[in-house]
Design a protein around this ligand. Structure first.
Ligand code: ACO
Length: 325
């Protein structure tokens, strides 16, 4: 039976100008390049300066995605920005991106699911497009996690970086099979009982401050692999596809060991796994579109390829989406 699909029309990303290497971090906290690489796979990350706010990074990524799609702001009627580091408590970063790209019509809103934000945003945009209410969505993941880090805490400050990525999705009719292009399925989960494992200790409604990131790294690690595997299996089941049929596995880029262990558990060959955590660190909601853009631009992801995205983040939140490019 024919059904509306959300097709990928374009992708783009943007990184701040300043690169921060592990060697640079050795000068800030008691750490070493070897420790960081061995535990996380991270070699370097990008850190935004004061002028490079989340919305600025998001605008640059959105403009790159529009150019890749061959579209203009006038062609878009929905902007969703996944972020946990908005420029302001309000207005939303999405409305600032909307203005930044010169768009005065349609709707724009932020979505907050921490590192799972981009998967949540793709799933949400897909539901808007399939409902028929909107035609083309700009889905942005943009973060400046450097602003919410305790730069004296070596257990967290070495892990994160800043950046943004954006995807243009367009409603088109498909045949209703897994051979269709577009978002084939999405699966979102959350469980607020895990809030103390990964959180920011401030906010407008509690401390009236921004707060800094706190994480029980070992605990997050313990849950991550199982949760990720569950939602990826859900996506395979819903579409009748399998790990063998997958062309690319593009997970949230938090830690190379979590990524590798997840792929192994799911029976996904390591050569199908896209890894950018070595270059970008953990950029939260921006990590998946940054990785998708890297793999698209270097020729790995081709039209028609089957691509699984997945993430776990604070909350906990977790989710997956299977996309035929
Ligand atoms: N440099 C050197 N030593 C360090 C550092 C550092 N940067 N950080 C911690 N250590 C030390 C610890 O103090 C500890 O020393 P001790 O044994 O003397 O007490 C030792 O290294 C081991 O620390 P652990 O925390 O046990 O190290 P572990 O192997 O668990 O690695 C890590 C830590 C990398 C954080 C890991 O637990 C991890 O990756 N967890 C998942 C984190 C994650 O993915 N978070 C993102 C989720 S997404 C989101 O929503 C933000």
């Amino acid at each position: 039976m024919k059904r509306t699909r959300s097709i990928v029309r374009g992708i783009g990303s943007y990184l701040p100008k300043r690169k921060l290497t592990n060697q640079d971090l050795e000068k800030l906290v008691d750490t070493s390049h070897e420790w960081i690489v061995q535990r996380t796979g991270i070699e370097e990350r990008y850190i935004a300066d004061d002028s490079e706010t989340t919305s600025i990074l998001g605008i640059k990524a959105a403009e790159a995605a529009l150019a890749d799609a061959g579209l203009r702001a006038d062609d878009i009627d929905l902007v969703i920005c996944a972020t946990s580091t908005p420029d302001y408590t309000f207005p939303s970063t999405a409305t600032m991106i909307q203005t930044g790209i010169g768009m005065t019509h349609g709707a724009a809103f932020d979505l907050q699911a921490v590192c799972t934000g981009f998967v949540y945003a793709v799933a949400t945009a897909d539901k808007f497009l399939r409902s028929g209410s909107h035609k083309r969505a700009l889905v942005v993941g943009a973060e400046t996690f450097s602003r919410i880090l305790d730069w004296n805490d070596r257990t967290t400050c070495v892990l994160f970086g800043d950046g943004a990525g954006a995807l243009v999705l367009e409603a088109q009719e498909g045949e209703g099979t897994s051979a269709d292009r577009g978002v084939l399925t999405s699966h979102l989960r959350s469980d607020g009982r895990y809030r103390d494992k990964l959180y920011v200790d401030g906010g407008p409604g509690s401390t009236k401050t921004t707060g800094v990131l706190k994480m029980e790294g070992k605990e997050v690690f313990k849950f991550a692999v199982g949760m990720v595997a569950d939602v990826v299996q859900d996506a395979f089941k819903a579409t009748g596809t399998s790990a063998e049929e997958l062309d690319w596995f593009v997970p949230h880029q938090a830690n190379r060991r979590i990524i590798t262990a997840s792929a192994d558990k799911l029976g996904i060959a390591q050569e199908k796994v896209v890894i950018t955590v070595n270059k970008h660190g953990n950029t939260s909601a921006a990590s998946i579109p940054l990785a998708l853009d890297a793999a698209r631009k270097d020729g790995r992801i081709k039209d028609g390829d089957l691509v699984m995205i997945e993430a776990i983040g604070g909350g906990f939140t977790w989710g997956s989406a299977l996309i035929r490019w």
